[in-house]
Design a protein around this ligand. Structure first.
Ligand SMILES: [Zn+2]
Ligand SMILES: [Zn+2]
Length: 286
């Protein structure tokens, strides 16, 4: 289906529409061979709580943003290359239903669809795009993924020492390796986590020890450097410089008051009678 849509005018129009909805807050999305496969609203688990986000599935990237005005204006655009994505279905738990994880080396998070059918549709379409991409490129999916952060409100005490109560002064921090919510002293160390950042990142003491052990096992003893060369021992300003919005840049939405009624996601190319699964893309650009 994707091949037949590549050169279609409708596809070009849809992509131009997405671009204009993001305006100057987004990057240019029109590219040779790129197809908008589907779009819709999903609930993304952010640091504080679940929030509605507009998602656009292209055949090679997943784009999402905050909804400023429903169907008209989005901002805080994020672009995730699908080649790096791995999906993982989540079991329904209480209010969290129809969810799955979107995992990449640099960022992993949970999203939730309104119904189980929508979840199936989204997951199937995303998986299909990933599969096609990897088949074309011959690449392997990445094996390491960033931790999924435990939401703030799921931890009232530090998940490492199990003692520190979180307050305005005793802030929550997230271990970048395991995603736990931990207190400052329990996350005073940093470690270089390739794939997530060039700089050492905050990790909990347990992960720090494990990472150090793993590192010394993998490096021959004569080449070993003291851990300080790779891992800095203190977090600058750990006592409070880092605030709750330390990373998840899409976490804050200023005036997302839009109390929209839910629209079902749209997947283009569905319902057209020839669902071409094959990949003979002779007109594949480059
Ligand atoms: Zn602690
Ligand atoms: Zn950890």
């Amino acid at each position: 289906m994707v091949d037949r849509l590549v050169n279609s005018e409708a596809n070009a129009r849809r992509i131009a529409m997405v671009e204009s909805c993001f305006g100057s807050s987004g990057q240019s999305l029109a590219e040779q061979g790129r197809v908008l496969v589907g779009e819709g609203v999903l609930t993304k688990m952010c640091r504080k709580k679940p929030k509605a986000r507009q998602f656009f599935l292209f055949n090679d990237i997943l784009v999402y943003g905050n909804i400023v005005i429903n169907k008209k204006k989005y901002n805080k655009q994020h672009v995730i290359p699908l080649e790096e994505v791995k999906l993982e279905s989540l079991r329904d738990e209480g209010q969290y239903r129809n969810g799955w994880l979107i995992r990449t080396a640099s960022k992993s998070f949970a999203v939730y669809a309104a119904t189980s059918t929508e979840k199936e549709e989204w997951m199937a379409h995303i998986e299909k795009c990933i599969e096609d991409l990897l088949r074309k490129s011959g690449k392997q999916p990445p094996s390491e993924h960033a931790a999924v952060w435990v939401p703030d409100n799921e931890a009232t005490i530090c998940m490492h020492c199990k003692k520190t109560q979180f307050t305005v002064l005793n802030r929550r921090h997230h271990c970048r390796k395991c995603g736990s919510v931990v207190c400052g002293p329990c996350s005073s160390k940093k470690f270089l986590l390739r794939g997530q950042s060039e700089k050492p990142l905050r990790v909990c003491l347990q992960c720090y020890d494990e990472l150090n052990r793993a590192q010394s096992r993998s490096i021959p003893p004569n080449q070993q450097r003291p851990p300080a060369a790779k891992a800095t021992d203190t977090v600058a300003g750990a006592s409070g410089g880092e605030s709750s919005q330390d990373d998840d840049s899409d976490d804050e939405d200023e005036r997302n008051t839009a109390e929209e009624k839910h629209d079902e996601p749209k997947f283009y190319g569905d319902g057209e009678k020839t669902e071409e699964i094959n990949n003979h893309s002779s007109k594949d650009s480059k």
